[in-house]
Each structure stands twice: as C-alpha cells, then as structure tokens.
Ligand binder design. Structure first.
Ligand SMILES: [Zn+2]
Ligand SMILES: [Zn+2]
Length: 317
C-alpha cells in the first residue's frame, strides 16, 4: 500500500492591533506596570503601554486570541473596566518590542498638574461626540475642526477644512493655546479630533479651562470614525499611526492628500528625515525615497548632515 502523507491543516493565526486608553485614578501605577508587562509578555504581545497616576494609554499587537485574552484580563481589573478599545489590522511584527512604562502623563502635554481625573474620567473636558453625533452637529451648525495631533500627521489625512496648529509634538499645545493665536475660536463651536481620542481628552480640557466656550471632542478619534464612515464622510486621506505600518486607510477609495516633499507627487508615504539626529517626519513618495537621502527644510538648509538611516518608527511624542 502506498504511503500517503497526511497533512493536518493548522489554522493560520490571525493578528490584530488594539489601541486603548482610560483616564482613571491609579494609586500605584508601578504595580500595574509590572502586572501589565508580565501579562502582555506571557501572551507574546508587542507594542507600547504608558501608565500614570491618571490612567493608561497604549497600543499592542499579537495573535487575535492572545490580544482578546489580554483584553479580558485587563478589564477584570476594576479601574480598567471601561477601557476604550479600537481594533485594527496588524500584529506584533509592527512593533520593535514590548515597552511598558510609568510616566507623569499618558499623553505628554507637559501639564500633569492641570489634568483632573476622577472615577468617571477627565473632569472638565469637551463634550464627547460619537461619529453619528458629529454628523448631526455638523448638519445643525457651523463647526470648526481642530486637529489635536502633531502637524506632520495631518499632512496625509485630516477632516475636511480642519485647522491644524503648527505643533511638532503634543508638548507644544499649551504654548500654542496660550499664544492667543486661537482666541478667535473661543466663541465658535470647535470639535477636536486625534487618532484614537486620548489626546483630545486632555487637549479639550485645556481648552475649556482657557475659556473656549463650545468644545466638543470626537470620541474614539479618527479610528472609530473611520470604522463607522470609512471614506464616505468628512474624513479625507490616510490616518498616520505610530508603528511600522506608518499609516492606515479605511477603504479602497481613500483620498491621497499627501504631497511628496521632493517631487510633489500625491502619496501617503511618510518617513524620517534622513539626518540621524532628526525626528522630523516627511511625506516622501517611494521613487524619491529610493533615489536619495531626504532631509527636512532646516537640515537641507544647513547642509550639515550626519549619516542617513533607514526609515524608522517614530514615537508618539
Ligand atoms: Zn517624490
Ligand atoms: Zn531633519
């Protein structure tokens, strides 16, 4: 009898990335850090988790069954019961490692003492809008979209007609708000948005305490809006993400709003300035990236550059 090999079909593991946060008082963030690190490590997850006395903010990737186990265990911890979660395509390989840290802030505005958090979250923030409620508001009145991200993130995608503060890092927002540059919006209806909603929790509270009268925030950020409306609503382009994916699109007909900083062609591709010391993110199309080092304006002007490096992964400053 001929020998026949039997192949048992092994299910191909499906990987996912999860984006999450909750603002909640944590009495001992360092103890939570040890538990979270061990939990994520034991499940083979990679990504970044930040803890502070005000809560948790992070992104993790891995096999979907492992990420689900992480989520179930994490939500069993009472303070994390109301964790806000968004899923997207990707996996552990989109991150260089697992990093779990304690900081003064889970998003670095440089204003830890201004933020007030109680059992229901951030105190005094903007009114939260679901994607549907955002559309209702826009149908009802004139709305100004305020991009709550770093300026470079908006170069490949943003809400239609959004105003984009010129900030290189989240840390620059306080000075930006205090500069008076945005005071004309204090009597307008303003909707802030960011990637997953966590930055707007803080930004909108900073705005409210500075006298902005009608502040709304898009709950769950662009990520949740994209799940609901894809590219058939008010969002235009790609969503920048802080991992190896670089950016994500919500459909096969996402607009390409980025323009290559070298040749001007439409592209959603971003990379670091080729100067080793520089963290500037630039829009660069594939052909231009293959041809030469690409420098940001200040580094091109100075002509003083260090060795080029491969496109890297930016950290969410
Ligand atoms: Zn180009
Ligand atoms: Zn540079």
């Amino acid at each position: 009898m001929p020998c026949r090999a039997v192949h048992y079909a092994r299910p191909v593991p499906v990987s996912r990335i999860v984006l999450f946060y909750v603002f909640v008082p944590l009495a001992d963030p360092d103890a939570v850090r040890l538990w979270q690190r061990d939990l994520a490590e034991s499940l083979g997850l990679r990504g970044r988790v930040l803890l502070s006395p005000h809560g948790v903010n992070g992104t993790l990737g891995g096999e979907v069954s492992d990420v689900k186990r992480w989520l179930r265990k994490t939500r069993e911890y009472a303070p994390f019961r109301d964790l806000d979660v968004k899923w997207s395509d990707g996996g552990a390989d989109d991150f260089p490692r697992l990093s779990v840290k304690v900081r003064d802030e889970v998003v670095t505005f440089g204003a830890p003492d201004e933020l007030v958090v109680d059992g229901s979250g951030v105190v005094g923030g903007g009114t939260r809008l679901t994607p549907e409620e955002l559309h209702e508001l826009v149908a009802r009145e004139d709305v100004v979209f305020l991009d709550g991200r770093n300026e470079f993130e908006s170069r490949i995608g943003r809400f239609r007609d959004a105003v984009v503060p010129d900030v290189a890092t989240t840390r620059e927002f306080v000075a930006e708000l205090d500069s008076g540059r945005w005071d004309h919006l204090k009597d307008e209806t303003v909707v802030t948005y960011c990637t997953g909603g966590v930055r707007c929790e803080v930004l909108s509270s900073l705005m409210v305490s500075r006298g902005f009268g009608r502040v709304y925030q898009l709950d769950g950020g662009v990520a949740r809006y994209g799940e609901r409306y894809g590219d058939d609503g008010l969002w235009e382009g790609s969503l920048y993400v802080f991992d190896r994916r670089g950016s994500v699109e919500f459909s096969d007909h996402a607009a390409v709003v980025g323009r290559c900083s070298v040749c001007g062609e439409a592209t959603s591709r971003m990379q670091n300035c080729s100067d080793l010391q520089c963290r500037e993110q630039l829009v660069v199309c594939e052909p231009c990236a293959g041809r030469d080092v690409v420098l940001c304006d200040p580094h091109r002007a100075s002509g003083d550059r260090t060795l080029p490096r491969a496109p890297g992964v930016a950290s969410p400053a």
